[in-house]
Design a protein around this ligand. Structure first.
Ligand SMILES: C[S@@+](CC[C@H](N)C(=O)[O-])C[C@H]1O[C@@H](n2cnc3c(N)ncnc32)[C@H](O)[C@@H]1O
Length: 434
């Protein structure tokens, strides 16, 4: 079927319409493309299709620099020049808020980092082919459990790619089977040059342990090497064993140093996070002696970044290791006015309904905030709430909920923290005064 792509929408889809007016969604398409597509999923009001042939490419279509782009699910927009990606993302963000009926000041999108080599964390799956050749793979975007062979990624640093090559070479230097070794995770401190490698198995034994330890110990930037056991390949059932080096690595943002342990969340784009945190600082505008509540605080980075003038900062986070990192981070940076508590945000706020903070920060996971939490937050005594989101759809939904509680989104800043992918970050400020 022939289809003209009219525009990009969220989640990396391009959209066109068939002759009956039915919306057809196509991944990896570019606005202006005329395509031969094949429908792979049909719903009542729309269909999903894949590109069979590009009949006439869009003027904005470029050759993707990554050789795996056409099948890899890691990114969607490498076939669009970066300046155009930014324009499209700006439009998508505006439309998401407009469609939700949110009227506010939307600032033009910011590019916080270089468009490639920005990721500080990545996972590659390992598989064994019939000839016992072991290869790294990434998720194939066409199939739910499909894989695509890929030995590198242009979004992570050159050194990460070198680590993958070294591991693959070591595994392929013998006919021994991969066994339980199924994944490698690499994390990196961009400013410090520290690397953490996790060799992940689904049982207690680590095949190739001595061989891998031997070669990886020679890579001097690897400061932390773990054997991670993920029973049933479940993220909830994990045990770690240090193979060599330190249990943590360090990253720097502005003048602050942060420690990162394997379980803790850390913003994926270290190069861009300074711009993001500066925007949060500018919007939140903490005044001398004010109190700050940093909800979903992770390793305490935002609270610490905003602590200079504050009287007190309290951070709340569910993951204990992130709280340990947060407390260590306060110490490393000689910060005395931050306290970090391990708790579920809803439960902690329900128990502390009468607390008064001048400024509140919320930075939830992609699912956003629950209705109950929004009600609870809206009932608190504060002057400004800063909402950081990595999902414009849940952000818009939550802003509507805040509006129904009588609050107002004063302004919002979209930032492209994840170039080449459909992901989008934003920082909004919400106040009680309508
Ligand atoms: C998007 S991250 C933000 C982390 C941090 N603000 C930063 O910039 O690095 C969201 C964090 O919320 C935490 N989290 C998830 N659910 C939570 C809950 N119910 N209560 C408290 N923290 C939670 C996650 O562990 C994660 O660290």
């Amino acid at each position: 079927m022939k289809l003209k792509i009219e525009k990009l929408i969220y989640e990396g889809w391009g959209i066109g319409h068939d002759e009956k007016g039915m919306a057809i969604f196509v991944k990896k398409s570019v606005p202006g493309d005329i395509l031969e597509v094949k429908i792979i999923k049909e719903k009542k009001t729309y269909a999903e299709a894949v590109i069979k042939k590009i009949i006439k490419p869009s003027l904005q279509r470029i050759e993707p620099p990554c050789p795996y782009f056409n099948l890899c699910g890691g990114c969607e927009h490498q076939n669009i020049d970066y300046a155009d990606q930014l324009k499209f993302k700006d439009e998508i963000f505006r439309e998401t808020l407009e469609r939700a009926g949110i009227k506010t000041e939307i600032l033009p999108i910011i590019q916080p980092s270089e468009p490639f080599y920005y990721r500080n964390s990545i996972r590659f799956f390992l598989i064994e082919k019939e000839d016992v050749q072991k290869v790294f793979t990434r998720h194939n975007y066409l199939y739910a459990d499909g894989l695509v062979e890929a030995e590198s990624c242009l979004l992570q640093s050159e050194y990460s790619n070198k680590i993958l090559k070294t591991i693959a070479k070591t595994l392929n230097s013998s006919d021994k089977k991969l066994g339980s070794l199924y994944q490698v995770k690499i994390r990196e401190g961009k400013a410090t040059g520290d690397f953490m490698v996790e060799l992940i198995t689904d049982s207690d034994t680590l095949p190739f342990e001595n061989e891998l330890k031997g070669v990886l110990k020679k890579m001097i930037k690897i400061k932390s090497l773990y054997h991670t056991i993920s029973y049933g390949r479940s993220p909830q059932n994990i045990k770690r064993r240090m193979l060599s080096g330190s249990p943590i690595i360090y990253e720097k943002i502005g003048k602050y140093t942060f420690q990162i342990s394997p379980e803790s969340f850390f913003q994926t784009n270290s190069l861009g996070v300074k711009t993001l945190y500066n925007k949060i600082k500018e919007f939140t505008d903490v005044q001398m002696g004010e109190t700050v509540l940093d909800l979903f605080c992770g390793t305490g980075t935002i609270g610490i970044y905003l602590s200079t003038l504050a009287k007190d900062v309290v951070g709340i986070e569910l993951v204990q290791s992130a709280i340990n990192d947060a407390n260590a981070n306060a110490k490393i940076n000689n910060i005395k006015n931050c306290e970090f508590v391990c708790a579920d945000t809803n439960k902690w706020l329900s128990k502390n309904k009468t607390v008064k903070f001048d400024k509140i920060i919320v930075d939830p996971p992609r699912a956003g905030l629950s209705k109950d939490l929004i009600k609870l937050l809206s009932s608190l005594d504060f002057s400004l709430l800063t909402y950081i989101s990595c999902n414009p759809a849940t952000f818009a939904r939550d802003i509507k909920e805040f509006e129904s509680c009588g609050l107002k989104l004063k302004k919002v800043q979209p930032l492209d923290m994840f170039p080449q992918t459909h992901h989008l970050e934003c920082v909004g400020i919400i106040s009680k005064k309508v």
